[in-house]
Write a protein that binds this ligand. Structure first.
Ligand code: ATP
Ligand code: MG
Length: 569
């Protein structure tokens, strides 16, 4: 490609809203153009990168035995209602919904489980045709609450989504493993430093699930790492540091605690350590057909993992109770809700089980009880369960090491769905014994745009992007130092033609501009190699080659073919 013909523009400054480096560099390099919040045009440079990532994804998936299809972006509401997800997604307002001229409802697909199950259940009738693993690469729509960071969290974005169908639970696990390996190879080929971390299934279900997390400070995901084990904080099982609770039970006392609406304030006022205070949270759980309130107790120094609560009760959504609801349900106010005289279901995190002589609220403003003990003063909760949000320093059940926090960008997600959807959607096949069975399903996603952005986040310097060779929009940048020197111009043209024939994807900067500006542009857009035809060419017939990371060599134009072959450019 000749730069003079390329639809291309670089900018000195990134837009003010671009607050992470990858977004800034992609904007400055002219890779993106925002059309609206979370909506982007991909310029030729960006589209080349996205196509290259997609090509690697296709290659590895095809090798793993998957087959590419293409499904519509517009989905009829009925199939989403059948699976029960219309309500789940609309309650979080993630779904774009619309109606056609006949008043039929649709959504713009945020993911395609319903549609693909529909396809399978109409075609596959026998175990003999399984396993089957289908994927597509296409746009997804999600009305994200906080679209930001450019391609990282957009409202419309490019995703590879894949779905496997097997005749047994073991078959499903095999497919999962195949995809895990394929994803591993894909992200390695993309030059990413990533970790495979245990994940929470979110709305999709409860089966085994892992995320591919690219390590990055700006990552929106909190990953708890202990030795070789890693888990998204959403799913992390942790053991909080013990606290030496007394074994001799003391006399329960009611105390005045004015204005102590937080654990910190209560602890400061009473001189009681937070570990010895039982904190009670009041939540509204939203189900498809009803709402319920529950109170969750936790040791005062710790936080509740709300996702664990949602999953435990099988709710679609969880919302902290508001002041009015608290008043109505307890007669009290936030900061003074407690298990004593509470007329609501009360559950507690496991951290509460060993507590003795603890302090807790009694649903009366400005009052607490101290030296409270289970059974003697209040019945044990309906259940002690794991509702704990993991923290740095907690023990990990999968490693002798304690947890530390690393931030990550979720670029891929693999998931065993079991028969959750296929049962709901009545997608059945005939097994060896002639019995009808629901398919065992897996679902697997890769954010193509987010992966590109994550790659920039990991590969850049003060000058700009440093694309790995595998996905650079062009691999070699060529220019003559002086556009007024016909020998240099001719040599640059010759090298361009030569490399083009080799399939190296060169970019010839034939603009009548200063050399400094040209090299700056090349560095900003992240081309891996520059070939400069300048003084060395005039003097000794050699061109200067400089890698994006700074290594320089001098070569004759004739030796460029073997240079390119050697470096596998
Ligand atoms: P997140 O937790 O970041 O919102 P998710 O878990 O909802 O993502 P999945 O449903 O697992 O996303 O989608 C598969 C992949 O699609 C993700 O791993 C991610 O790489 C990508 N992805 C999801 N949402 C977006 C988005 N809004 N913009 C860009 N890529 C996205
Ligand atoms: Mg995910």
């Amino acid at each position: 490609m000749r730069l003079s013909k390329l639809f291309f523009h670089t900018f000195k400054e990134a837009p003010a809203e671009a607050d992470i480096i990858s977004h800034q560099l992609l904007e400055r390099g002219g890779y993106l153009r925002k059309v609206g919040k979370g909506l982007f045009i991909y310029t030729p440079l960006m589209w080349r990168v996205l196509k290259k990532i997609s090509a690697i994804v296709r290659e590895e998936l095809d090798r793993a035995g998957c087959q590419e299809i293409s499904m519509p972006l517009l989905h009829p509401a009925e199939i989403w209602r059948e699976s029960g997800r219309w309500e789940a997604f609309t309650s979080e307002e993630l779904l774009y919904t619309l109606k056609d001229r006949e008043d039929h409802e649709y959504c713009l697909g945020p993911t395609h489980e319903e549609v693909v199950v529909n396809l399978i259940s109409n075609w596959i009738t026998s175990y003999k045709n399984l396993p089957l693993n289908l994927y597509q690469i296409g746009n997804k729509f999600r009305d994200e609450i906080r679209p930001r960071f450019g391609l990282m969290r957009a409202k419309e974005f490019l995703m590879k989504d894949g779905y496997s169908f097997s005749s047994s639970s073991e078959g499903m696990e095999e497919q999962y493993e195949v995809m895990r390996q394929a994803y591993n190879l894909i992200f390695k080929r993309l030059g990413l430093d990533f970790a495979i971390v245990e994940a929470h299934g979110g709305k999709i279900g409860k089966g085994k699930s892992e995320e591919f997390q690219v390590k990055a400070e700006i990552g929106e995901d909190v990953v708890m790492v202990a030795g070789d084990y890693a888990s998204n904080v959403e799913a992390a099982v942790a053991i909080a540091p013990d606290y030496p609770f007394e074994s001799t039970l003391k006399e329960r006392k009611r105390i005045d605690t004015p204005n102590t609406t937080s654990i910190e304030a209560l602890s400061a006022f009473t001189k009681i350590p937070p570990q010895q205070i039982l904190k009670t949270m009041l939540y509204k759980l939203v189900f498809t057909d009803r709402e319920e309130f529950v109170a969750i107790g936790i040791r005062g120094d710790r936080q509740v993992n709300e996702l664990k609560v949602t999953t435990h009760f099988g709710a679609m959504e969880i919302v902290a109770a508001n002041e009015d609801e608290i008043k109505k349900l307890t007669g009290s106010q936030a900061g003074f809700i407690g298990p004593i005289d509470l007329k609501l279901p009360f559950y507690a995190d496991q951290t509460c089980q060993p507590m003795t002589n603890f302090t807790c609220a009694v649903n009366v403003v400005d009052i607490h009880d101290t030296n409270v003990n289970w059974e003697r003063d209040i019945p044990r909760p309906a259940e002690f369960y794991d509702f704990l949000l993991a923290e740095e320093g907690d023990r990990c059940p999968h490693s002798p090491d304690t947890y530390h926090i690393q931030r990550g960008i979720e670029v891929g997600h693999i998931f065993n769905l079991g028969t959750l959807y296929t049962k709901k959607l009545n997608a059945l096949f005939q097994d060896e014994k002639g019995q009808m069975q629901p398919f065992w399903m897996g679902t697997y996603g890769i954010g193509i745009g987010r992966t590109a952005a994550a790659c920039v986040e990991q590969h850049h310097d003060e000058k700009g992007i440093i694309w790995p060779l595998a996905i650079a929009p062009f691999k070699v940048f060529i220019t003559a130092v002086s556009t007024k020197n016909p020998d240099q111009v001719k040599a640059a043209e010759g090298i361009y033609e030569q490399l083009q024939k080799l399939g190296v994807e060169p970019l010839l900067d034939d603009r009548n501009e200063r050399l400094g500006l040209k090299l700056k542009d090349s560095d900003l857009i992240g081309i891996p190699y520059k070939i400069i035809v300048g003084r060395a060419f005039d003097q000794e017939g050699k061109v200067e080659i400089e890698s994006r990371t700074g290594e320089k060599t001098l070569l004759t134009p004739e030796s460029l073919s073997s240079w390119a072959k050697e470096l596998k450019i």
